[in-house]
Ligand binder design. Structure first.
Ligand code: SF4
Ligand code: SF4
Ligand code: FES
Length: 750
C-alpha cells in the first residue's frame, strides 16, 4: 500500500499510514501507551503529558544524505534528548520508539502523582468508578504513595449543572479538554470552555441556554474521569452492577447502535434500564449517539404501561381480561368483516411482516397502511435509488457532492449530521443546501438555494436538469432529503425529481451515491418493505386494528377498534380491545435504517406483566382466523421475511449478528483510549442493495408535477429531534426540551 511508514516500537516493527501518530501505531501492535487527553476521534493537543515516550530517528550522513549504519549494519538512531508526546508525534520512516525505559516509566509515574495532587479520592462514590481511565492507569503506572500534602488538595464545587442534562464535578476534572474538543470539532456546538488558569482552571459553559447541544452526553463517555456525568445516570448505579445488552435506537432514521445497561432494582423487584450508551459501529454511528437516543428510554418502564389485555365491558368501561378472551373477541369481530390496519413505523420488521401477511393472506385485503403515511409515498423511490450497498460516509470528501434538500439534518438524523458535516468540513466534500429556512448545515454550504415555504418539490422539478448537469463531474453524489411541509404527492414528486438528478448525472446505483431519506423514525423503511404495496385505507371499516400508532393519526371510522400498544393513550382509551405489547427492550427483532442497513436488537429486560411481542399477538389472531402459522420466535419470523421478500434475500439473524474488528478500537476493554463506549458484540448489521444496483439499470423515473398548493401540509410542524410525542413525554430529563411550536423549533434549529 502506498504511503506506509515503517518504524519499530520497543523493537517490534510496524507499518502504518503516513500521518499516524505514535500512540495509534503502538495500539496497532497491542502496545497501550497511556493517554488522557488524546482521543482517536479528536485532534491531538498534547496537554496531559501522560503519553511521554523516547523517540529516535535514523541519523543521516551529511555527506551522502543516507542513513548511517553501525558495525552490524543497522541504522544508527539519534535519540531525542527529551521525552516526546506520543499522541502528537507523527511516525516517520525508520523511527524508533521506546515505551518501557526507566525514563518513560518514571515520567508516567510522575504525571499520575501530579494529577492526583488535585484529584479527590472519590472512587468509592464516583459514577465513573470501575470504568475510569484514571483509576486504571494509576493502578498500572502510578506511584503507590504520594509525596504531596493531602491537606493541600484543591477543593472545588462538586455538583455544578452544565445545563440540565450534564453535571460537572470540578474537583475531578483533569483538564484534558476532550469535552471541549468534542463539542467544537465534532458537534460544532461551541458551548464549553476553560476558565481561569493553573490550578484554578475549570470547565464552564457559556451558551444560552447552558450546554446547548444535542450531543452533550457523548462528553460524559469520553471524559477520562468522573468529572462529567449525566443527569440521567448520576448516582443511579455502579458500572459493575449493570448488565449490557446490544440494541438499536429507533428514534430517527440513522439506526445508531446502542447498549442498554440494565439492573435489577431491589426496591421495586423489577429490572430497569439505568443508562443507554453508544455501541461502536463504524458503519453507522462510530462511537456517538445523540441525547434523545441516550435519554428517551424511560418509556420502557413507564408507570402507565399496559400489562394485561383490556376489553370494553357491558358498562362501557375498559376492564382487565385474559389473553384468550381478548384475542377471541378481536378475532370474532374481524372474521368476515372489513378490517383496516395501521402499523407504526417504530415497529420492528418481524411485526410489520406478519401484519402484512395477515392482510394479504388471511384477511385478503390491502386496507393496511403505515403511520405516518407520507413516507409511504416515496419509500419505494428511496429504496430503488437509495445509497449504494457499499456506501461508507467516511469515504466522502474532496470531489464529492452532498445535496441536502428540505430537511434539517441535525434535527432529523443527528448522527448523520456529525458524519456528513465531517465529510464537508474535514474532508472537503461540497455541500449544496436547499431549504425554505436556515438550518445548522447552512453553516457549511458552498451554495444555498432558498425557496418559499412548502415549495421544495417545485424547486426540485425546476432545478433537476441544471443540477444534474452540474453534478455530472462529481465523484459521488449523495442526496439527503426530507418531507417537511409537503403532502404525500409533494413528497413523491420531490423524491422523483431527486432520483432523476442521480440518473441524469450518472450516479444512480453506485456506492457513496444515492438518496438518503430523512424518515421520521428508525424503521420507516423496514415497515414499508414489509407491507403489501399499494395499501390504502378506506374512510370506513368495520374493525380498525391499530398497532403501535401512537396518537394524532388520521384513523378510519369504525364500529370496533383493536389496539396493540405500550401505554394507555387517548387512543387506547377509545378502543374496544387493548392488547399489551412489549417494548423494544423486552424482546428481540430487527430494524432497517433509512440507508437500508438491517440490524438486530436483543432482549435486555424481562417481559412486563403479561405483555407480548406484537408479532406474537398478530400470529395468535391469524391462527384464530385460520392461518397455519407456528413461529416460535422473532428469528423464525425474520427467516420467513428473508425467504419471501426479495430485498431481504440472504439476510439472517446469524449474518446480522456478525461482528468485525473496528478501528480505532474503542470498545469497553479499551476504555483508557476512547472512553466508556461499548464494544460491538451484537453485530454490525448488513445493508441490502438498492433497486437500481440490483437491476443494474439507470432509467429515469416518471416526473410528477407537484401539487400547486399543499395547504394542509403547510400546517405540519417541521420535524425536530425533541418533537412532542408519547415516548419523549415519559422521559423526565427530556420532557423540558420538547418543542411544541414553530417559534421553539426555529430557535432550536438555529
Ligand atoms: S470535564 Fe472531563 S473531559 Fe472535560 S476537561 Fe475535565 S476531565 Fe477532560
Ligand atoms: S442519532 Fe438517531 S438513531 Fe442515533 S441516537 Fe440519536 S435518535 Fe437514535
Ligand atoms: S499529551 Fe499525549 S495523551 Fe495527553
Amino acid at each position: 500500500m502506498a504511503d506506509l511508514i515503517n518504524l519499530t516500537i520497543d523493537g517490534v516493527p510496524v507499518a502504518v499510514p503516513k500521518g499516524t501518530v505514535i500512540v495509534d501505531a503502538a495500539k496497532k501492535i497491542g502496545n497501550d501507551i497511556p493517554v488522557f487527553c488524546y482521543h482517536p476521534k479528536l485532534k491531538p493537543v498534547g496537554m496531559c503529558r501522560m503519553c511521554l515516550v523516547e523517540v529516535g530517528t535514523p541519523q543521516i550522513d551529511r555527506n551522502t544524505r543516507q542513513p548511517m549504519l553501525d558495525a552490524e549494519g543497522k541504522p544508527v538512531i539519534a535519540w531525542m534528548p527529551k521525552l516526546q508526546t506520543a499522541c502528537t508525534t507523527p511516525v516517520s520512516e525508520g523511527m524508533s520508539v521506546r515505551t518501557n525505559t526507566r525514563q518513560v516509566l518514571e515520567a508516567r509515574n510522575d504525571m499520575l502523582e501530579f494529577l492526583l495532587t488535585s484529584h479527590p479520592l472519590d472512587c468509592p462514590v464516583c459514577d465513573k468508578g470501575g470504568e475510569c481511565p484514571l483509576q486504571n492507569l494509576t493502578m498500572a503506572h502510578g506511584p503507590g504513595v504520594s509525596r504531596f500534602d493531602y491537606e493541600a488538595k484543591q477543593h472545588n464545587a462538586k455538583h455544578v449543572p452544565l445545563g440540565d442534562l450534564i453535571f460537572l464535578d470540578r474537583e475531578r476534572c483533569i483538564q484534558c479538554s476532550r469535552c471541549i474538543r468534542f463539542q467544537d470539532e465534532v458537534a460544532d456546538d461551541h458551548v464549553l470552555q476553560f476558565h481561569e488558569r493553573g490550578r484554578h482552571m475549570e470547565i464552564v459553559t457559556f451558551s444560552d441556554p447552558p450546554f446547548d447541544s444535542l450531543f452533550g452526553g457523548n462528553t460524559t463517555d469520553i471524559c477520562p474521569v468522573g468529572a462529567l456525568t449525566t443527569a440521567d445516570f448520576h448516582f443511579k448505579a455502579r458500572p459493575w452492577e449493570l448488565d449490557n445488552t446490544p440494541s438499536v435506537c429507533m428514534h430517527c432514521p440513522a439506526g445508531c447502535n446502542i447498549s442498554l445497561n440494565t439492573r435489577l432494582e431491589t426496591h421495586t423487584g423489577g429490572h430497569e434500564i439505568k443508562r443507554v450508551m453508544p455501541r461502536q459501529n463504524e458503519h453507522v454511528n462510530e462511537i456517538w449517539i445523540c441525547d434523545k437516543g441516550r435519554y428517551v428510554h424511560h418509556f420502557s418502564r413507564a408507570e402507565d404501561r399496559i400489562t394485561r389485555p383490556l376489553v370494553r365491558d357491558a358498562r362501557g368501561n375498559l376492564s382487565e381480561s385474559t389473553w384468550e378472551a381478548a384475542l377471541q373477541l378481536a378475532a370474532d369481530r374481524m372474521r368476515g368483516r372489513k378490517v383496516g390496519g395501521i402499523i407504526g413505523d417504530r415497529l420492528p420488521n418481524e411485526d410489520a411482516w406478519l401484519f402484512g401477511r395477515m392482510f394479504r393472506e388471511v384477511l385478503k385485503s390491502a386496507a393496511v397502511v403505515m403511520s405516518p403515511a407520507i413516507p409511504a409515498a416515496y419509500a419505494d423511490i428511496a429504496r430503488t435509488y437509495g445509497v449504494g450497498k457499499d456506501t461508507d460516509f467516511k469515504q466522502l470528501g474532496k470531489g464529492d457532492v452532498i445535496l441536502l434538500v428540505n430537511g434539517d439534518l441535525e434535527q432529523c438524523a443527528p448522527v448523520w449530521f456529525l458524519r456528513l458535516r465531517q465529510a464537508v468540513v474535514d474532508r472537503g466534500a461540497r455541500l449544496v443546501v436547499a431549504h425554505d429556512r436556515p438550518t445548522k448545515m447552512h453553516r457549511y454550504a458552498a451554495r444555498i438555494d432558498k425557496y418559499e415555504l412548502g415549495r421544495a418539490a417545485h424547486w426540485a422539478s425546476e432545478q433537476a436538469k441544471p443540477l444534474a448537469e452540474e453534478f455530472k463531474s462529481a465523484r459521488n453524489l449523495l442526496i439527503v432529503f426530507g418531507d417537511e411541509k409537503l403532502s404525500a404527492e409533494g413528497a413523491r414528486s420531490l423524491a422523483r425529481s431527486l432520483a432523476n438528478i442521480l440518473v441524469e448525472s450518472e450516479h444512480a446505483g453506485k456506492a457513496n451515491s444515492g438518496l438518503l431519506p430523512l424518515y421520521p423514525h428508525g424503521n420507516t423503511q423496514g415497515v414499508f418493505d414489509a407491507l403489501p404495496s399499494g395499501g390504502a385505507m378506506p374512510e370506513r371499516v368495520d374493525v380498525a386494528w391499530l398497532v403501535g400508532v401512537g396518537e394524532n393519526n388520521a384513523l378510519p371510522q369504525s364500529a370496533f377498534t383493536v389496539v396493540q400498544e405500550l401505554f394507555l393513550t387517548e387512543l387506547t382509551k377509545q378502543a374496544d380491545v387493548v392488547l399489551p405489547a412489549l417494548s423494544f427492550a423486552e424482546r428481540e427483532g430487527t430494524f432497517t435504517s433509512a440507508d437500508r442497513r438491517v440490524q438486530r436488537f436483543y432482549r435486555a429486560l424481562p417481559a412486563l406483566g403479561q405483555a407480548k411481542p406484537d408479532w406474537w399477538i398478530i400470529q395468535e389472531l391469524a391462527q384464530r382466523l385460520g392461518a397455519k402459522w407456528s413461529f416460535q420466535d422473532a428469528g423464525q419470523v425474520f427467516g420467513d421475511l428473508a425467504a419471501q421478500n426479495a430485498q431481504y434475500t440472504g439476510l439472517s439473524y446469524e449474518l446480522l449478528s456478525r461482528v468485525e474488528s473496528q478501528w480505532p478500537p474503542v470498545g469497553r476493554s479499551d476504555l483508557y483510549y476512547g472512553g466508556t463506549v461499548y464494544d460491538n458484540t451484537g453485530g454490525v448489521g448488513a445493508r441490502y442493495a438498492a433497486g437500481a444496483e440490483r437491476a443494474g439499470f439507470m432509467a429515469a423515473v416518471e416526473w410528477l408535477t407537484p401539487p400547486e398548493a399543499d395547504i394542509e401540509a403547510l400546517q405540519h410542524l417541521p420535524r425536530v429531534l425533541y418533537q412532542d410525542g408519547e415516548l419523549i413525554r415519559r422521559s423526565k430529563v427530556l420532557a423540558g426540551h420538547i418543542q411544541f411550536n414553530e417559534t421553539e423549533i426555529a430557535r432550536a434549529a438555529r
